[in-house]
Design a protein around this ligand. Structure first.
Ligand code: GUN
Ligand code: FE
Length: 418
């Protein structure tokens, strides 16, 4: 017997980025955790089935955060006038060190996971710290929340303070241990996570690429975020054609599913390689503003049909809610459009797509309510005056711009209410 559930409400999602699909006063049938269909009436065969009636509320796909750092959660909003490399040295590394303390890691990651779910992020690709024990606590905290995630122990074996570096073998051993322990979990899974090229030796990158390919595991890292970082990569890897080539040479650039955060300054050749290798590029607008990195040419990437998603990048970004990332992506695209004629700003549906189905594609079928997609969903609360006055599309836009965790009253992951 298939397990069925019917949800009544106003359903809004993006099948394609160009426009919203809107089903007013409709009944969405969930079968075994997946969307079966959306109907104006309850189909006859489902009479007597459990109905969750959300009345005139809006129901949207859960948000997908393709890039954030759980071990930086406490640092949100701190050090925001630094640029990337100073910010890492002056604030971030010392905070990440503290996740070697298991009790501290457990307490902070529990709060992090609760906030993530509260703000409607139901799938996320997360960096922990370089501590293996600390990273176990992040797996457990996310599992306890019931959200879907990829979790990476951060691999780094050079060019950072000794207190968060490991030697290459220890870094790989810790990663292998976590893969053994969590590799079969249905919802919270390991991802190979070299921090970025500069904090990795060739040996580390080679071992990580071998591991990714041999165990068929996804990969995440940072790419072309900051001009000083790029110069540093060129000097550290003089034999590489460019930054992307450093990863590509080590089987860390799409040989298995890969997320690269930022890609602000990728050359034509690098973008072509990312596209050929189906690498997901992750736009992190708040972070790019805060640590003054630059502006991703997101319109260009969208037009090329690149794999694209959105990230909060906390704590380069300061807001954990992906509605804020969606809004900031729109705002930043407007600034870019004033500088670069022909680069039209993002529309609301395009930015919403990036924060739901665009990034969701990395997790399989999530981020949409098309048949076959996991029912990962959020129920939205609004003022009754707003509900009366505005169209469903306007109401969603208002939630994106002005809402937060207080405006989300129910969350579903794979059809299960959290
Ligand atoms: N590049 C390497 N490490 C980091 C990090 O922690 N945050 C950001 N935004 N960029 C990085
Ligand atoms: Fe980051």
């Amino acid at each position: 017997m298939k397990r069925s559930l019917i949800v009544k409400g106003n359903f809004i999602f993006t099948k394609d980025s160009e426009k919203f699909e809107i089903f007013k006063d409709s009944y969405l049938v969930v079968k075994d955790g997946r969307v079966d269909g959306i109907h104006p009436q309850i189909p006859g065969e489902y009479n007597g089935c459990e109905v969750l009636d959300y009345g005139d509320r809006i129901v949207i796909p859960g948000f997908v955060d393709l890039h954030l750092h759980a071990a930086q959660y406490l640092q949100c909003g701190i050090g925001m006038t630094k640029t990337l490399l100073d910010w890492l040295n002056d604030y971030t590394f010392d905070l990440e060190r503290q996740f070697q303390d298991r009790e501290f890691a457990k307490a902070v990651y529990s709060e992090f996971a609760a906030k993530l779910a509260a703000h409607g992020t139901l799938r996320a690709s997360v960096f922990a710290s370089s501590s293996t024990e600390g990273t176990e606590e992040l797996f457990d905290a996310l599992k306890a929340q019931g959200v879907g995630a990829y979790v990476g122990k951060v691999n780094m074996d050079r060019n950072a303070p000794d207190f968060i570096l490991e030697d290459t073998a220890a870094s790989i051993d810790g990663t292998r241990y976590l893969i053994e322990k969590y590799g079969d979990d249905p919802l919270v899974k390991p991802i190979i996570t070299p921090r970025f090229a500069p904090t990795s030796t060739d040996d580390l990158l080679k071992s990580l690429g071998d591991l990714a390919v041999s165990k068929d595991l996804p990969v995440q890292s940072h790419l072309n975020e900051n001009r000083d970082e790029i110069k540093w990569v060129q000097s550290l890897f003089p034999k590489s054609r460019h930054y992307s080539d450093v990863y590509d040479q080590h089987n860390l650039f799409g040989q298995t599913p890969t997320i690269m955060a930022h890609a602000i300054y990728s050359s034509e050749e690098e973008v072509a390689l990312a596209q050929k290798n189906k690498v997901f590029l992750c736009h992190c607008p708040d972070s790019n503003i805060n640590v003054r990195s630059g502006i991703m040419p997101v319109r260009r990437y969208l037009e090329m049909g690149m794999n694209l998603g959105l990230g909060s990048d906390i704590a380069g970004g300061h807001r954990i809610g992906m509605n804020d990332a969606i809004v900031r992506a729109i705002q930043l695209s407007k600034l870019r459009s004033m500088e670069f004629e022909g680069e039209k700003p993002l529309t609301v549906s395009e930015a919403f797509y990036l924060g739901t189905k665009g990034g969701g594609r990395f997790f399989g079928k999530t981020g949409s309510f098309e048949p076959g997609y996991w029912f990962d969903a959020l129920v939205i609360e609004e003022s009754p005056f707003v509900r009366e006055r505005y169209s469903l599309e306007d109401r969603l836009e208002k939630f994106l711009y002005t809402g937060d965790d207080r405006h989300i009253s129910a969350r579903f992951v794979q059809g299960n209410k959290l």
